[in-house]
Design a protein around this ligand. Structure first.
Ligand code: ADP
Ligand code: MG
Length: 460
């Protein structure tokens, strides 16, 4: 929220900020006072705001005097100050990326319990927007179940692990939104491990008071700590984490943790902490298989308000296998480039725009490779690729090879026609179109095409 300039314009706020920074040092200033803002100035008093109740009470206890002195010096007179919580901060958060249209169903508008120093939840990360597939089905269902039972039925602690960009944070936020929707007064403390560490460091070094740190966890109903591998090895933080964690589980409250590895595999974590973390439900989030990758792309494409042809989605799903974030990034890049250049989205355009990714992920198939691989696969002769014979058992593999030639290489229709025994480019276009249509209707054919694509891009 902007300072209300009409009433606070008389303050030289940047001078006050500079002075506070000098007095308190960069670290302390950045941690506690960077978001201190003037809200209202009258002849009798000055109201200042801070983003959360937690920070406000901390600043009240620790820095009120220094703030008052600094402001008095700047104004040339003593003025009582009031510290409040910034009204907008705890309201429903805005999506973090302005470019993403808020087309998804909005999660419950209920604010986070204002006394908890939670990391902000992303509105886009809900169960509704999570695409379930074989790779993440167990994680998805367990997350839903834990959100419903909230520590009551053995899904506690819940430990989600897996590689980067596979949806752990998404699921955790989705649980928080779901719990909020069901139970608006639930006190959910969601912390990135950096946030956990920061809070701890402030307690230790700024306030020299670990009691305050402990207090944070006293009344929570749900504790979520994301990416706890970053707490590993920082021994005193780990100890405090363990204490907080134990206390919350012992109270029968739900705890949800994520990490890049399972509890037993985590390095530099004490054994007793490992075994305690693994005592509830431990779920691995796997890399999505190609069908799930396609479904994720389709769901994201729907939201982009731009038509993205199926062959392009297919190409991306087959090429970028390891990481949903990368998959999303690739799609966003293509959409952005197409908007910027006013260019239609085609497989060639996608390939061009993502040349860097494609070099990493694929080996480039040639038309020869494609014909040979497809012929082998369907147990026909390579010569049948070139022949004009139209019997179905030859024509279909030929069309598939044409389709793969169009999607996996940058050759033109006439080029492809020439490579297939001097066929007209309209024959190739017709063949490619036929396969595109069948892909959405014929699962068996889709499976063949999917496997062939993998074989040709060096994935199997
Ligand atoms: P992690 O925490 O495991 O590193 P994230 O939860 O941050 O991964 O996910 C990375 C991105 O991929 C996010 O934008 C997320 O919404 C998206 N994502 C991951 N898995 C899925 C899925 N199954 N359905 C929809 N989006 C997903
Ligand atoms: Mg994450």
């Amino acid at each position: 929220m902007q300072p209300s300039t009409t009433s606070t314009a008389a303050l030289n706020w940047s001078a006050i900020q500079a002075s506070l920074r000098t007095t308190l040092g960069d670290d302390t200033y950045t941690t506690w006072l960077a978001n201190l803002k003037p809200q209202n100035l009258t002849a009798e008093s000055l109201t200042l705001s801070l983003p959360t109740t937690f920070i406000q009470s901390w600043v009240e206890d620790n820095f009120r005097d220094v703030i008052a002195t600094t402001i008095s010096a700047e104004l040339g007179k003593t003025l009582p100050i009031t510290l409040t919580v910034e009204p907008a901060f705890n309201a429903t958060s805005t999506p973090s990326k302005a470019s993403t249209p808020a087309t998804t169903q909005q999660p419950a508008a209920a604010p986070l319990a204002p006394t908890l120093p939670s990391t902000r939840l992303d509105e886009r990360y809900t169960f509704d927007t999570f695409v379930m597939g074989r790779s993440n089905e167990f994680a998805f269902r367990a997350a839903q179940k834990a959100a419903q039972t909230m520590g009551k039925e053995g899904y506690n602690p819940m430990f989600l692990h897996g590689g980067v960009g596979l949806g752990k944070t998404h699921l955790m936020h989705a649980m928080a939104w779901d719990i909020k929707a069901r139970n608006p007064s639930a006190r959910i403390l969601y912390l990135s491990s950096e946030r956990f560490y920061d809070l701890f460091m402030h307690a230790m070094h700024v306030a020299r008071d670990t009691m305050k740190f402990k207090d944070i966890f006293k009344d929570v109903d749900v504790l979520m700590v994301d990416d706890i591998q970053f707490i590993a090895g920082k021994t005193s933080t780990q100890q405090e984490f363990f204490n907080a964690f134990n206390r919350v589980v012992d109270m029968g409250k739900q705890v949800v943790l994520t990490a890049d590895k399972s509890p037993v595999e985590l390095d530099h974590i004490e054994d007793r902490l490992k075994s305690r973390m693994g005592a509830g439900v431990v779920v691995k989030v796997n890399a999505p298989e190609v069908e799930t990758r396609l479904a994720i792309l389709r769901s994201k494409a729907e939201k982009s308000e731009i038509i993205i042809p199926e062959p392009v989605l297919n190409l991306l799903a087959h090429t970028i296998a390891s990481n949903v974030r990368e998959l999303e990034g690739a799609l966003n890049r293509i959409v952005a480039a197409s908007r910027l250049m006013g260019h239609e989205i085609t497989p060639e355009f996608a390939r061009e725009q993502l040349a860097d990714l494609f070099r990493i992920h694929t080996r480039i198939a040639t038309l020869d490779d494609i014909q040979r691989t497809v012929a082998d696969y369907f147990k026909i002769r390579v010569a049948d690729m070139h022949s004009p014979r139209r019997s179905r058992n030859l024509a279909r593999p030929r069309q598939i090879a044409m389709y793969l030639s169009k999607t996996l290489t940058s050759k033109s229709y006439p080029d492809i026609g020439r490579a297939f025994g001097g066929k007209d480019h309209t024959t190739v276009m017709h063949g490619v179109k036929a396969i595109e249509n069948l892909l959405t209707r014929d699962p068996e054919l889709a499976e063949h095409v999917s496997l062939l694509t993998k074989m040709l891009s060096g994935k199997v």
